[in-house]
Every structure is written in C-alpha cells, then in structure tokens.
Design a protein around this ligand. Structure first.
Ligand code: 4G0
Length: 239
C-alpha cells in the first residue's frame, strides 16, 4: 500500500533525484515460524489480535544494523504511529526533517504488545481518529518531512510561506480568469502595487486566522502593523 502514494508526485521525484530514500519493511520477514505469525491472541483473553513484540524488535534491530554498516554507531530515532501518540505539528515535522534516518513503525490489527512502547523513542499521532493501520499516518509523516528537504519542493519560498510556518494561515491566492461567473479577483492584486499587495495579503492571512483558527492567532507573534490590521478587520466586521 506504500507504492501508490509514495510513487506519486513530488515524493517520487525526490527519490529519483536521490534527495530521499524510502524503504518498506514487511514485519512478516522477521517472524520465526512457518506461518509467518506477526500477531497473536491477547493474554488474559478477549477479542482481536496483538502484534508481537519480538517480531517488531527483530525488524527494528535489523534496520538499525543495516544502516550502521560503514556508519559505525548511529542514533536512529524510532517512531511508533499511534492514535494515542503526541499530535503531529509543523514544528515536530521540522525537527524530524533534520534527522538523517528515521524508522517508522506501523501497527496494524487491533493492538500492539505494550512492550513495543519501550522499543521506540516516541509515539506520534496524525490526528484524533483511528485508522485500520499506521501505514497511512506513516505516509503522511513522510510527505510532511520530505517537503522540508532542500530541493524537494521547487521554490524554497513556498515552504517558508506555508500555513503554520509564520504561525498564521496562508493568504488567499487567485489565478486566471480575472472574472469567474461574476466572482472577481480582488482589485489590489491586479494593481501592481507591491507594497499594497503585501499589506492586503497580511491582512487577509490575519482575517482567515482570526475567523478559523483564533487559537493560532493567540500564539502568533504579531507586530504593530498586524495589530493595526486586526483592528481594521474588527472594525469592518462591526459595520
Ligand atoms: C491502535 C495511528 C491502532 C493502536 C495509527 C495502532 C490512527 C493513527 C493503530 C495502535 C492508527 C493516528 C498502539 C500502535 C493503528 N490509526 N491517528 N491505527 N498502536 O495517527
């Protein structure tokens, strides 16, 4: 299931350009019985299956060994994709993007042996919902990290201006046509007045953040212009 999303779009190009290397490991390759048992029934009874700690441990050890060849002792962070993990943020993505290697463990089935938690450095969740496996969350994490590797996203500036980078949501963008079924592109964007365009964009970013994510606005570091623009926005809303 990793082939689809990861062989699409920018990720595929990044891999082809050698900016990023991805390897998918099948836990069943680290089982020791002829049925390739990666999960078993829970001690104490009850429904569902539990992923085996010994299998996951062997897989992690094998990956670490492989990466350490010629690299001597590496310190490779191991992350468990888990709905009860710490919520993923852009800040965390930027931190992880600095790592040379990462091992992402994807739990499947209904559960995972509790002792797996001791094999990993951290547990990350991509949001407050449960999926059938950790594979999609792992791909989300890979995509988010890949965008921070120099050369993956065409214009460096587009990563810098991302929503969340500055602590505000992005300003609204428009392209041709100038008039779509009576919905017009804001005049200022056609004016060529760079200073005014910049001011308009900042104001609209503030407006969007105020209405949709007031929690972000409370944390953002705003300058005097920002506060003046917010005042304008609130005055306009009061009209
Ligand atoms: C239950 C992550 C389900 C427990 C994984 C894993 C959503 C997310 C799963 C585990 C997932 C998320 C204890 C590893 C797999 N669903 N929100 N399903 N453990 O990031």
């Amino acid at each position: 299931m990793f082939q689809g999303p990861l062989s699409e779009s920018l990720i595929k190009k990044a891999v082809e350009k050698g900016l990023l290397e991805l390897q998918v490991t099948d836990l069943r390759d680290f089982t020791s019985d002829k049925h390739k048992t990666a999960d078993d029934s829970p001690y104490g009874g009850g429904p569902g299956m539990v992923m085996k700690v010994d299998v996951i441990s062997s897989a992690i050890d094998s990956l670490k060994k492989k990466l350490e060849i010629g690299n001597s002792k590496l310190d490779i962070r191991v992350i468990l994709m888990c709905p009860t993990g710490k919520l993923l943020t852009q800040e965390k993505v930027k931190e992880l993007a600095k790592e040379k290697h990462l091992i992402l463990v994807c739990g499947h089935y209904e559960g995972i042996d509790e002792r797996v938690r001791e094999l990993v450095d951290e547990e990350i969740s991509i949001g407050d919902y449960v999926l059938t496996g950790g594979e999609l969350p792992a791909m989300v994490l890979v995509d988010a990290i890949a965008r921070h590797i120099p050369g993956v996203v065409k214009e460096e500036g587009s990563v810098m201006s991302d929503s969340f980078y500055s602590g505000l949501l992005d300003y609204p963008s428009y392209t041709k046509p100038e008039d779509f079924e009576g919905k017009k592109v804001p005049e200022v964007l056609l004016s060529g007045h760079h200073k005014e365009i910049e001011r308009w964009r900042r104001k609209e970013a503030l407006r969007l953040t105020l209405y949709r994510r007031p929690d972000l606005l409370a944390e953002a570091d705003l300058n005097d212009l920002d506060r003046a623009l917010l005042q304008e926005i609130m005055t306009e809303a009061g009209d």
